[in-house]
Design a protein around this ligand. Structure first.
Ligand SMILES: [Zn+2]
Length: 81
């Protein structure tokens, strides 16, 4: 049931909701969609929702991978070596 949405609209909505609740919005600059959350490799674009890392071979859901990368970036604990 996933659909493509405008990221700018989502970003705007999150900002508005944060203002209402006093929550802090943290912006991070990472390649969350194309970086393997397991090994940190930047993976070339692939079609479909499930990608396979070209380095470690691990399959991952694009959205779950991006969420894991964003969580790691906010927690500032880096990638495994
Ligand atoms: Zn990998």
């Amino acid at each position: 049931m996933r659909q493509v949405a405008a990221v700018s609209e989502l970003r705007e909505w999150i900002g508005k909701q944060a203002v209402k609740t006093g929550a802090e919005v943290v912006a991070v600059s990472v390649k969350s969609s194309t970086t393997c959350h397991i090994c940190g490799e930047n993976v070339p674009y692939q079609k479909g929702l499930v990608w396979n890392c070209s380095s470690c071979g691990h399959p991952w859901d694009q959205d779950e991978n991006a969420a894991a990368n964003l969580m790691r970036a906010v927690q500032c604990d880096g990638y495994p070596s």
